[in-house]
Structure formats: C-alpha cells, structure tokens
Design a protein. Sequence first.
Length: 170
Amino acid sequence: MATEADGHPFAARPRRRRQDPRVLGAVAAGGFLGGEARYLLGLAFPTAHGAFPATIFAINISGSFILALLLVLILEVWPPTKYLRPLLATGFCGAYTTFSTWMVDTDRLISAGRYGLAAANVLGSLLAGLAATTLGLACGRALVAYRRRRAEGPLIPAQQPDPSESEALR
C-alpha cells in the first residue's frame, strides 16, 4: 500500500490522536488569564519608545520563576489531575510570558540605535530567566522538603523511645 512518504497524494495517513476538549479548554482558560495578566501589566507599566522594556523583561523573568515553581508543585505536591498542568503551565504561563514581544522590543531598540540596551535585553533576559527558573525550582523543592518534614512531625526528645525501657521489655 502506498504511503504519503511514497509521494502518493491519496495514501493512508496515520490517525492523529484526538485531544480531550476539556484539556484544550483548560489551556484556553489559562491562556486567557495569562494573556490578560500580561496585557494589564503592560497597560499599568508602559515602556517609552527607545527605553529598556522593563515590563516585558519582568513579566518573562517572573513567568520563568512561576513556571518552575508550579511544575514542582504540580508534579510533586498536589494530587494528580489531568487539567492543572495544561491550565497553569501551558495555558497561563505560556500566554503570560512572551517571546514575540521580547524580540519585537529588541528590534525596536536596534532600530532606535540602542544596541547596548538591545544586547542587555537579550542577554539579560536569558541569564535572568535561567536564574529565575533555578530559583523557582529551588523554592519548590524547599517547599516539598518542608511539607515532608512537617508531615512526619518533629522528633521531640521526650517522644523518642528510651533504649533502657525497650531492653527491660524484652
């Protein structure tokens, strides 16, 4: 049988797996909230033409932190769910952060002859984003460790078994 790879236009194609519409709805809802948050922050803290795009920089860096923290919580703390990761990680954080605006802002800086600011925007975003991701993971893991210690309860010396008592019971 001919396949699409053979170049036959009517070849049988492999079936695509259908997406659960509820998962797509979770991504859309999270995307709406994340995009709206970014939009409102852009309105509240506009960037002047030729100036460093501090708002988008802060949004992308905070988004890196939030995504890393959320993924630790989703995967290691909260009960498993089919919709939380698409809602928060893919939807909210995906729409909250923005690669396209970051690059448009960089292009505007270059067009305005602000080469140093353009380089600072690119390199600073990459380095600060990596640092924010690392910090988000560390905070998430610290929270996981804290919750585990808290769930186990503190070992108060008075609660520890007395070795001499256990020998007397034998």
